[in-house]
Design a protein around this ligand. Structure first.
Ligand SMILES: Nc1nc2c(ncn2[C@@H]2O[C@H](COP(=O)(O)OP(=O)(O)O)[C@@H](O)[C@H]2O)c(=O)[nH]1
Ligand SMILES: [Mg+2]
Length: 333
């Protein structure tokens, strides 16, 4: 890998990996190419990017000639909401809908027979004063994978892979999910990344949820699963129908987003708006916050005032100031 890729490159790469449409992919690939330092050491990667750009352009063209906005693959686009997104996947009956129901106020259908869930179902999980979007999906088997699930997994912050420990067939079914996804360009991994050789191949950070741990024999089945299908993913033993068993998972999902909360304050008022913080990626700046609020704010930004752990109260800062979790910020335009 070439050294010294800029922060902007990494940001573009992350956006590209999580693109939801080919148009978005194209845009971020072009930013990546523009940001790439141009020297001998990056020749290889530049060529890869150019190949991928022409591939994506072809996709966009063929989509247009099909005269639709992308056909069935984009038929269930769920707009991103909240501080981040976790997609729940797994075999039939593994407890995906139950997990969504326990962690959010959503009310998906839960039933002791397979293929109850035919459409993706979003819900918002609260964590302190922010929300994380969870999406319940139809089951994945060797013969059955709704194409839009691939797009959702790609753009998600984390995938939650449910394993059904309530039944002897659960292990094989979980293996099928992994095998099936390995036939696509979106795969499960311990950490999210892009493949170094094939920039079209993306990996999404995955947690294994060993579900129905309350059922007799569940622990033995889990041991068997580890032998048959050892995975380098972080694992949680849970009962999707018991909120108590989900406390650690809830925290880790939020932490995995690596976001910070920012409370804004109207300069004319005494107190900040404590109701609904903005969430930004760790490392983002005052200018990023201004952009998030309104693009005119970013354009006309004069300075900010910050109250927080890293500065004295009311410190005046410029656009490049890196914000910290729970900072209170006044934006002056
Ligand atoms: N004992 C037990 N049953 C569960 C648990 N989670 C889900 N179930 C049951 O498993 C069945 C399938 O659940 P569902 O959420 O519909 O699975 P999905 O097909 O993956 O969405 C239902 O009968 C649930 O009540 C759990 O943690 N323990
Ligand atoms: Mg379901």
């Amino acid at each position: 890998m070439p050294a010294n890729l800029t922060q902007q490159y990494k940001k573009a790469e992350d956006n590209y990996r999580r693109s939801e449409t080919p148009e978005e992919e194209l845009r971020w690939l072009q930013v990546m190419l523009a940001e790439m330092p141009k020297h001998k050491g990056t020749d290889h990667l530049q060529a890869k990017l150019k190949t991928q750009i022409s591939q994506v352009k072809k996709n966009i063209e063929s989509q247009k000639s099909r005269g639709s906005s992308g056909g069935s693959t984009r038929s269930f686009r769920i707009p991103r909401q909240g501080a981040g997104t976790a997609v729940i996947i797994g075999g039939p009956n593994s407890g995906k809908s139950q997990l969504l129901a326990t962690l959010t106020r959503a009310t998906p259908e839960i039933a002791p027979y397979p293929f109850t869930t035919k459409q993706p179902h979003p819900g918002m999980m609260s964590w302190e004063d922010v929300f994380v979007q969870l999406i319940d999906t139809p089951p994945i088997t060797l013969d059955f994978l709704e194409p839009y699930i691939i797009g959702m997994l790609r753009s998600a912050d984390v995938a939650l892979l449910m394993i059904d420990l309530g039944d002897d067939s659960g292990i094989e079914q979980a293996k099928e999910v992994i095998d099936k996804l390995n036939t696509t360009k979106t795969r499960l991994a311990a950490e999210s990344s892009l493949d170094e050789e094939d920039v079209g191949l993306a990996f999404t950070r995955t947690y294994v949820l060993a579900n129905k741990i309350d059922v007799p024999d569940a622990a033995e089945r889990l041991e068997l699963f580890h032998e048959i299908c050892p995975l380098p993913f972080r694992e949680f033993r849970i009962s999707a129908n018991s909120s108590d068993s989900l406390t650690e998972l809830r925290n880790v999902i939020y932490q995995s987003l690596d976001v910070i909360r920012i409370y804004t304050k109207d300069p004319r008022k005494k107190e900040p708006d404590r109701d609904k913080p903005f969430t930004l990626a760790r490392g983002e700046t005052l200018l990023d916050l201004a952009e998030l609020i309104h693009k005119d704010y970013a354009k006309n930004l004069k300075f900010g005032k910050v109250w927080g752990v890293a500065v004295h109260d009311g410190t005046v800062v410029k656009g490049d100031y890196i914000l910290n979790d729970c900072d209170v910020v006044e934006i002056h335009v």
